[in-house]
Design a protein around this ligand. Sequence first.
Ligand code: 3PG
Length: 214
Amino acid sequence: MPQNMQKILSLNPIVPVITIEDLAHAKPLANALLEGGISIMEITLRTPTALSAIKLINQECPGITVGAGTIESVSSIQSAVEAGAKFLVSPGTTKPLLDAVHYHAIPLLPGVVTPTEVMALQDEGFQYVKFFPAEAAGGTAMLKALSGPFPNMKFCPTGGIDNTNLMDYLTLKNVVSVGSSWVVASDLIKNNNWSEITRRARDTLNLIKMRTNE
Ligand code: 3PG
């Protein structure tokens, strides 16, 4: 079951990490990302609107795969599953979270920083994990160091990543995609600036394509 995360992350090299305050923003935001070529979104459960936004997007925007982020408790897993989230992202990992994820059979991208945490998740059968908070926890140097003892573990670094440093991460062999709020910055959402979100999505994907083919 944890392996399903591979398929989900392969949809895009960047996962937009979204904080949404107003339900009216949900559909235009999903459509702006789709127009820019991004077909995945992580809505963090940090606002009262988050679950309703996941539900709405899941029902009305079938082209995008919507997941729930900032999963910290078993009850938030239940709520996210009920809202129709297709995957979950957690900043760290606890045994009750892993048990609940197995029970609901929903893919999880669990957060790690240290070798001990990577080993614990490897033991649980995970091959895809979130490296969070990426920049604060050692950035690309830490990921390079982890690739030695853990050659099969794939990371989605998140935290402090934007258009200026995302290629530093994506060129690492053990990085499968990056999480970032830059494409979907809060001020752009608040100001209904959907064209800028589309532009950032498209420019980011073009940059990744160009650099990957070099
Ligand atoms: C988060 O959970 O806030 C993510 O790590 C996003 O981080 P960012 O805002 O630095 O991209």
